[in-house]
Design a protein. Structure first.
Length: 309
């Protein structure tokens, strides 16, 4: 059964471009969704589900400020789990009745004037820090990567913001800022990298150029010491014969050059991180064994050459 437009947008991180949607659906379906309000523009060239408009109305009704995932989505930043209800921040002393809190993810925190943008959103910097403080590492990293892709903030700015943070969440904010990169193409790749970063003995870099001819091979993640390439495989982008042929050529070329390849599906990365982590751990142990055997082989060869001499 084909995915609905809503499922596609959710799978792409809650925010996507018109061109990407047209490629995965059709121009007519995207235009129809915009006319009917199933899709709204949230930033230049970026579209999302109508949650953002709902959140803006909720923020106005409660005299609150949209924050966390909602603010990230309003800025056009893709994420692991798009918000299913408005994320709002109010002052610490603010009291709301139970019926006012219904359907809202509420946070209590003081906001300085320069931490509010356009009258209803936390500023980009404050949004980054809130996500680092209150979201798991993989979700915060996906949003930080999206910030860098958008050009709204630089990595140096993220590092400076994290360095100013104190209290709960500060160590994670500094780690997220250190690991963030705009080279990750989407939240899928960011979350896979977050899992890999917690695997002992694995040191990955995203989008490393390994082979240029006869065609380019640039895996999603690479550990050059272990000669291990890791791919985030999404059916949405690999669902036709041309894509299948291209991937077969790339993967075979990696094998010819002595690389080991691991491929992970979106569902496993997003919903079964423990299994992905265990698989990567086993791959590292196997690759480390191969590396030791290669080193022993070179040592034996050197000894034989010295004896022959």
């Amino acid at each position: 059964m084909p995915l609905s437009l809503e499922q596609i947008v959710h799978g792409l991180g809650g925010v996507t471009t018109r061109a990407a949607l047209i490629e995965l659906t059709s121009r007519a379906e995207v235009d129809r969704a915009l006319r009917r309000g199933r899709l709204v523009k949230v930033a230049r060239g970026k579209y999302a589900l109508p949650h953002v408009d709902e959140a803006r109305r909720a923020a106005a009704a409660l005299h609150a400020v949209a924050s966390h995932r909602t603010a990230a989505q309003a800025y056009g930043w893709e994420m692991k789990h798009p918000p299913d209800r408005p994320c709002l921040t109010v002052g610490r002393s603010r009291k709301l009745r139970p019926e006012q809190r219904e359907g809202i993810e509420l946070h209590w925190s003081p906001l300085a004037p320069d931490e509010v943008y356009d009258g209803w959103l936390t500023s980009p910097g404050r949004t980054f820090l809130d996500c680092c403080r209150d979201l798991p590492f993989d979700e915060a990293l996906a949003i930080a990567d999206a910030i860098l892709r958008s050009g709204r903030l630089t990595r140096a700015q993220l590092v400076r913001l994290a360095d100013t943070m104190r209290g709960p969440g500060a160590p994670q904010a500094r780690r997220v800022a250190r690991e963030a990169t705009g080279r990750a193409a989407n939240p899928f790749e960011s979350v896979l990298r977050a899992i890999a970063l917690d695997v002992p003995g694995l040191s990955v870099r995203p989008q490393v150029l390994l082979i240029e001819r006869p065609f380019t091979v640039r895996p999603d993640l690479v550990d050059e010491r272990l000669r291990l390439a890791i791919e985030a495989e999404s059916f949405a982008w690999h669902g036709d014969r041309r894509a299948l042929r291209r991937d077969c050529q790339r993967y075979t070329l990696l094998a010819v050059h002595g690389w080991k390849l691991a491929r992970f599906a979106w569902e496993d990365v997003m919903h079964d991180a423990a299994n992905v982590r265990d698989t990567l751990t086993a791959l590292v142990e196997h690759a480390d064994g191969r590396a030791e055997r290669r080193a022993d082989g070179r040592a034996d060869s050197d000894v034989e050459q010295r004896r022959a001499a």
